[in-house]
Ligand binder design. Structure first.
Ligand code: ADP
Ligand code: MG
Length: 471
């Protein structure tokens, strides 16, 4: 899959999908919140109306009962017309009554009920009326009834004034609608409250939230979510880019090393043959010219040829590790065998050299000569880092399944720019350095499935740790 295509898929997966899912969730959440708020609001208004109605009913009942009591006390003195007059006056004073009438006989079921219970009855049958019986105190008999017809539209108007848009309905005990404000609107939810002073119930529709309103409240949240997810996306992209560059850099390094290795190895191979020829002929010549001066020159030439041969051998290792002979050796004895070489070098540079063997054998499967090369390279670097003398310590230990070699010096340490580029070919801080020593070391250690770690502090010294798997 192309990188661009993968990026597009990642964008869809990490940005578009979370944005869509998040937005849908926000809309639903906001909808629920608003709906809840509207339910609370509607319940509040329904309760206001309920209290209003309860108060209205209790007030009117109290008035009628007081009146019934007064009339019952003066029944003997009052004519029926006089009672009608009183009632008429009262009705004019109170807007809540549409009509108040006096009946001497019971004509409706409500009156019959009032008669038997001797209590005020609220009758919601045809029109909303309150029936209060007039009872003689002495005989406890019903002398008549006060029947007040209520002005329901007055209550209805009050409801409308308080909450003009709401849709309320008042039901009686039989479920018949006594009054309603605004026609029924489609609604998911309704709220009901029961009156205290009558077996009635108020039902209110909870208005539903409009899409526009929903979007308006959800939009700021959705925008914040989009911005937030995009910021995260930017971070992810930055991280991906960094990772990509790192991989590319490593690939180029590996390619470079590969190329250099093959080139060096093939060139070295080609140089070795003519070099052997030259060496042979110099040998012949040296046997021919035995005078001192010539012998001096020949020995210089032979030394130089040996040096070239060493370099060429180093180059050969850089190439593909082909014919390497693996054998099981004790790392202690490998280091021990090059002990004199290191010691003489150290002595030359005024460096005190110490070697600590491991107290157990360290058998490893290795190419002996290659490992010697590693130790020599590391020791050479260490000695070169201590131009004013110092202390070189090589120690061997066993750690679990590993043979561990420490090469520690008290030299100049590595500057950061060198540390960052260690193990890259031709990185050197020395005038005559090749910058190949550590590269070769790493290659040989990799060949042996080991690791190499460098710990270096400037002006303090460097410790190089090599770990090799034990047999
Ligand atoms: P060269 O020795 O030819 O420069 P190397 O690969 O052996 O190449 O080392 C690379 C660089 O690493 C050196 O030039 C030096 O700057 C640094 N270096 C290696 N070993 C040490 C050490 N023990 N102390 C300080 N610097 C070191
Ligand atoms: Mg070196």
């Amino acid at each position: 899959m192309g990188r661009e295509k993968m990026r597009r898929w990642l964008y869809i997966l990490l940005v578009i999908v979370p944005c869509l899912v998040g937005s849908a969730w926000i809309v639903l959440w906001q909808d629920e919140q608003q709906q809840q708020q509207l339910v609370e609001e509607t319940r509040l208004f329904a309760n206001i109306h309920k209290n209003d109605l309860d108060r209205f009913l209790s007030e009117t009942t109290a008035r009628l009962e007081t009146l019934a009591l007064i009339i019952s006390k003066h029944m003997a003195m009052l004519k029926e017309e006089e009672i009608h007059d009183i009632l008429h006056d009262m009705q004019k004073q109170d807007v809540r009554f549409e009509r108040i009438s006096f009946f001497s006989e019971s004509t409706t079921a409500a009156m019959q009920l009032a008669k038997t219970t001797k209590r005020t009855v609220i009758d919601s049958h045809h029109t909303t009326t309150i029936v209060t019986p007039i009872i003689y105190e002495k005989t406890n008999e019903t002398a008549g009834f006060l029947v007040a017809k209520l002005r329901t539209n007055y209550i209805q108007n009050r409801m409308k004034i308080i909450h003009p848009d709401a849709s309320f309905r008042l039901y009686d005990e039989n479920g018949a609608i006594l009054m309603s404000t605004n026609p029924l609107r489609p609604s998911k939810q309704t709220v009901t409250v029961h009156l205290n002073n009558a077996p009635w119930m108020i039902e209110a529709n909870v208005p539903s939230v409009s899409i526009k309103q929903k979007m308006k409240t959800a939009l700021p949240y959705i925008l914040s979510l989009i911005v937030f997810i995009h910021i995260i996306w930017l971070f992810i992209q930055y991280w991906l880019l960094k990772r990509q560059t790192m991989i590319e850099r490593m690939e180029t390094e590996a390619q470079k090393l590969e190329l250099v290795g093959t080139l060096a190895a093939s060139t070295a191979h080609e140089i070795r043959n003519p070099l052997a020829g030259i060496k042979g002929f110099i040998q012949l010549l040296s046997e021919k010219h035995k005078d001192n001066e010539s012998q001096l020159y020949f020995s210089v030439i032979q030394n130089e040829i040996t040096r070239i041969n060493d370099i060429v051998n180093e180059f050969l290792i850089l190439g593909k590790p082909t014919a390497q002979k693996l054998e099981t050796c004790d790392l202690n004895s490998i280091v021990q065998s090059i002990h004199p070489m290191i010691e003489s070098q150290a002595h030359l540079h005024n460096v005190v050299y110490t070697f600590h063997r491991a107290d157990v054998p360290l058998p490893i499967r290795c190419s002996k000569d290659h490992l010697k090369q590693v130790i020599l390279n590391l020791a050479k670097n260490a000695i070169e880092a201590m131009s004013r003398g110092g202390q070189l310590t090589i120690s061997l230990t066993k750690q679990n399944d590993w043979a561990v070699l420490h090469v520690a010096d008290t030299g100049c340490g590595m500057p950061k720019h060198v540390k960052d580029k260690l193990f890259q070919p031709f990185v050197t801080s020395k005038q005559t350095g090749t910058g190949l020593g550590l590269v070769i070391c790493k290659r040989i250690i990799d060949m042996h499935k080991g690791t190499i770690d460098i710990h270096s502090i400037e002006e303090k010294g460097t410790t190089i740790t090599v770990r090799l798997p034990l047999q």
